[in-house]
Design a protein around this ligand. Sequence first.
Ligand code: SIN
Length: 351
Amino acid sequence: MRIFKITSLTVMALVTATVVMAQKPRIRIVATGGTIAGVSASATSSAYGAGQVGIQTLIEAVPQVKDIADVSGEQLVNIGSQDMNDEVWLKLARRVNDLLNKEGYDGVLITHGTDTMEETAYFLSLTVHSDKPVVLVGAMRPSTAISADGPANLYNGVCTLVDPSSKGHGVMACMNNELFEAKALVKTHTTDCAAFKGGLYGEMGYVYNGRPYFLHTPVAKQGMTSAFNVDNVTALPKVGIVYGYANCSPLPMQAFVNAGFDGIVLAGVGDGNFYKDVFDVALKAQNGGIQIVRSSRVPFGPTNLNGEVDDARYHFVASLNLNPQKARILLMLALTKTRDWQTIQQYFNEY
Ligand code: SIN
C-alpha cells in the first residue's frame, strides 16, 4: 500500500482548491434609481416617487442573491429614468466597461427606471465591449407596494448573470420573468407588470426556477463587435425627435434646425412618411448637413429604405427596425464617427 506524505504544500493546495471551488461569481449592481427604488405613501397607494431608496436597501430586500453570487453594489445616480441623460449614459458605459474589463467582475446588474430602460439598454449594447452579461432590471410597482415586482426582477437578473449560458447574450433586460435583448426591448404598457415586449424579435428568453433559458442570440451587432467607443467622448452629438401626425406643424423640426442640432429623427406616420410641410424643412436640413433619419410612430414593423420615400435621392437614412428613440441613439453614436449618410445607413443596416 502506498502512503502519501502530507506536506504543508499539499495542505495549502487543498485549501486553495476548496476556496476556488467555493468562489461565487462576482456580480456588481449599479443602481440608477427608478420605480424599483420608488417609495409610496402606503403599501396600497399608486402614487409614489421614483429613485428614493439606495442600493443597499435593494440588495437587503433580496438576501437570496448572496446564496448564488458574491454581490456588491454602488449608486451611480438615483433618478426617475424620465431624467436619464447623455452625461449619465457616458458615465454608466465607462463604469460598466471598467467593471467587466478592468475590475474582473463576472457580470453587471443595472437597476433602472422602466420609462427609458430600452434606450439605456440599447446605448450600453453599443458601447460596452465585453462578452460578459449585463442585465437591466426595474419594476412597475414601487419597493413599498404590496406585491412589489422589483425584488423578483432583481433576483432573476442575478440568476441570469451567474449562469454560464448568458455569456455572449450582450446587454439584456430581465422583467416579469422574461429576457429581452437591448435592440428588441420596448415598453408597451404604462402600468402593467408585463409592460415589456420584444417587438418584431420577441423575447430572447425567460427565467424559470432561478435559471435563464435562451430562445435565440442577439440579432444585431453589439458588444464586442460594436464599432462605437465612448471612452474619450465628452458630449454626444445633439439629435432630436419630431413626431408626425395629420396636418403636422413644421415648427418643431425648424426649431431643431435653428438650435443647431446635428441630426433629427422623424417619428413619421406609416412607413416613416413626412407631412409635406415637414418634408420641405427636412430636405433643407439634410442639404444643410443635418442628418435626417426616418423612423415611424407605428409600434411594429420596419421603416423601409427607398420605399414610399426616395431616400437614395434625398440622402435620408431609414431606421429599419429601430423605433424613433433607439434610432436617436444610433444616430448620436454614428455622428461621433462620420457625417456620411451612406455610412450612417450602413450602421442602421448592421446595428
Ligand atoms: C422611471 O422610469 O424611473 C419611472 C417609472 C418606472 O421605473 O417604472
